[in-house]
Design a protein around this ligand. Structure first.
Ligand SMILES: C[S@@+](CC[C@H](N)C(=O)[O-])C[C@H]1O[C@@H](n2cnc3c(N)ncnc32)[C@H](O)[C@@H]1O
Length: 258
């Protein structure tokens, strides 16, 4: 991982210039991070208690934290590297009093130790060039018994499938740094000091061509999937239905307790 380039500038370019204004438009944004939104939100609302202090790290336009703030009492803050995403997040929440947004990096949170009850990272960990550091920062700002929730797409324990998944995802979108299998996520959390870790899974089915069309190297990644080995096809449950190629990914909701 250390040989990979820091992707901070690519992330800033992508989210500042292209994404921010249309980010929550599901028709334009066939983005696999946005597909299981209802499942993610339902879990967050189940796990987060009223009167908590909650931070969403890599909050983007603030969709998750905004919807939690609408349903819970407490104090809510969203932080993101991209100033444009933060500007949109602010303009999306004109009437919510207990929510605030600030631009900052997950790798260097300008926040005191032991401040929050819950820290969330949705669709964000795979963008961070140093996931261990980001999870360590989350641990630092959480109170004792606080919880980190990571919501993202799972990679695979089998190294051939893990490499294929990451290769195609980085080709498709260079702002992606890396996706991780469960064992690696658990290792990051344990290294940071978390002691109780649970991971819930949810299968999401994608239309391969719609998924590819939103980003780069469409033909190349399409061919990689369609010409892949039987093992890879089976891992993604690649199939054709009514002339549409479908693939499955695994969305996850991880809860780590301090
Ligand atoms: C795929 S978006 C997810 C946004 C939001 N959490 C959601 O679920 O819609 C990833 C976000 O991570 C942000 N990001 C990337 N690198 C970051 C970093 N080092 N620190 C903080 N945010 C970062 C991007 O600017 C972008 O808004």
């Amino acid at each position: 991982m250390s040989s990979k380039k820091d992707n901070k500038q690519i992330n800033i370019q992508l989210f500042d210039n292209k994404r921010a204004s249309s980010y929550e438009d599901r028709k334009l944004e066939y983005n696999f991070n946005t597909v299981p939104f209802e499942w993610h939100l339902a879990n967050s609302l189940k796990f987060i208690s009223n009167n908590s202090k909650v931070i969403d790290i890599g909050c983007g336009t603030g969709e998750l934290i905004r919807n939690i703030a609408k349903n819970k009492t407490g104090k809510f803050i969203g932080v993101d590297l991209s100033e444009s995403m933060i500007d949109i997040a602010k303009s999306n929440t004109p009437n919510i009093q207990n929510i605030q947004f600030d631009a900052m990096s997950s790798l260097d949170l300008k926040i005191e130790n032991n401040e929050f009850d819950f820290a969330l990272m949705r669709g964000a960990l795979h963008h961070f060039s140093n996931p261990q550091k980001a999870i360590g920062e989350a641990f630092r700002i959480l109170k004792k018994n606080g919880q980190l929730h990571i919501l993202d797409i799972l990679s695979y324990e089998d190294s051939e499938i893990d490499i294929f998944f990451n290769k195609t995802n980085v080709l498709r979108q260079p702002a992606n740094f890396q996706f991780y299998p469960k064992s690696k996520l658990v290792e990051f959390c344990k290294n940071a000091g978390f002691n109780q870790i649970e991971l819930f899974e949810h299968i999401i089915t994608m239309d391969l061509d719609k998924w590819l069309n939103t980003y780069n190297e469409t033909e190349k990644v399409r061919n990689l999937f369609l010409n892949s080995s039987e093992k890879i096809k089976k891992a993604f449950n690649l199939r054709e239905e009514n002339r549409i190629f479908l693939i499955d990914f695994v969305s996850f909701y991880l809860v780590a307790k301090k």
